[in-house]
Ligand binder design. Structure first.
Ligand SMILES: Nc1ncnc2c1ncn2[C@@H]1O[C@H](COP(=O)(O)OP(=O)(O)OP(=O)(O)O)[C@@H](O)[C@H]1O
Length: 265
């Protein structure tokens, strides 16, 4: 059974159909790439799946269970996460603190526990700190543990976003443009981290990215969207050779030129 099944999903903004009848499946254990030209509806699709936006119509199933329109918190407890940029209010906290505040239900947050079960609170904080250290080591950001999140580079922020998902019991993680504005070296670190999380810890990923080298390196399968619909699914090579995909990216005139150059016609 598919980890995620999206069935005939629509999201309209007024009369504009940002997602226009998208149907797709994400297999458990896969790193699925989601590509498509600007405005294809990829981020909107993510937001609907992750409960950030209500759908106009259609269904989202997680391992067969209808999760359509559930609040992000409810999805979080089911292990479905969508990463977001580190919010402004967390910029003055250190990288370690940003990681340590993620796990839900910390008893330290609860005044009752802090007064009456101080040992339990200390033990839990110790456990969370140890996990944060492990995560930073895994992502090779342990050297910036005590830096303020607002002062680290764009690529390091992306690693921190990924790190925040590792503080939870995530099963499936939706990553939106992890590579945007990130230098090549850090992009490789991010790719390695995603591959290892997938192989060693069984995370399923869905990744939106415009960098095709990055997609080609880590994603199989790749799904291409355009104008709110799914155009094609396959390996990146299959997708690149798909006429509808080329047309969506380039328009009809350029499509014929590219197909000719690549020897498809
Ligand atoms: N809140 C909104 N209100 C109105 N239109 C919106 C809203 N959010 C997105 N759109 C429109 O929906 C379309 C799809 O946007 P979306 O961001 O989902 O595309 P995308 O495939 O992620 O594009 P990109 O690759 O450029 O990020 C765009 O034309 C966008 O302007």
């Amino acid at each position: 059974m598919a980890m995620i099944r999206v069935e005939n999903l629509h999201k309209h903004f007024g009369g504009f159909h940002a997602v226009d009848g998208a149907t797709l499946e994400v297999e458990k254990g896969s790193i699925t790439g989601l590509i498509g030209p600007n405005g294809a509806g990829k981020t909107t699709l993510f937001n609907v799946i992750a409960g950030v936006l209500p759908p106009t119509s259609g269904q989202v199933l997680m391992e067969g269970e209808d999760i359509t329109g559930l609040h992000p918190h409810a999805l979080f407890s089911k292990g479905l996460l969508r990463t977001f940029q580190v919010a402004h209010e967390f910029h003055t906290m250190t990288v370690r603190e940003n990681l340590m505040m993620v796990p839900p239900g910390q008893s330290g947050e609860d005044l009752w526990s802090a007064w009456f079960h101080p040992t339990r609170v200390r033990e839990e904080e110790h456990r969370i700190r140890a996990r944060a250290n492990e995560v930073m080591e895994f992502l090779t950001i342990d050297h910036i543990a005590d830096e303020k999140a607002g002062q680290i580079s764009g690529g390091q922020k992306k690693l921190l976003e990924l790190g925040r998902t590792m503080m939870t019991d995530a099963k499936i993680v939706f990553l939106d443009e992890v590579g945007a504005g990130v230098n090549r070296t850090l992009l490789n670190t991010i790719a390695d981290a995603i591959l290892r999380l997938n192989k060693e810890q069984g995370y399923t990923f869905v990744v939106i990215e415009h960098d095709m080298d990055f997609i080609g390196r880590i994603c199989d399968p790749v799904i291409c969207m355009a104008e709110g619909k799914v155009l094609a699914q396959g390996t990146l090579d299959e997708i690149k050779a798909n006429e509808q995909v080329i047309e969506a990216y380039l328009g009809t005139g350029l499509k014929n030129k590219v197909l000719k150059e690549e020897g498809h016609v």
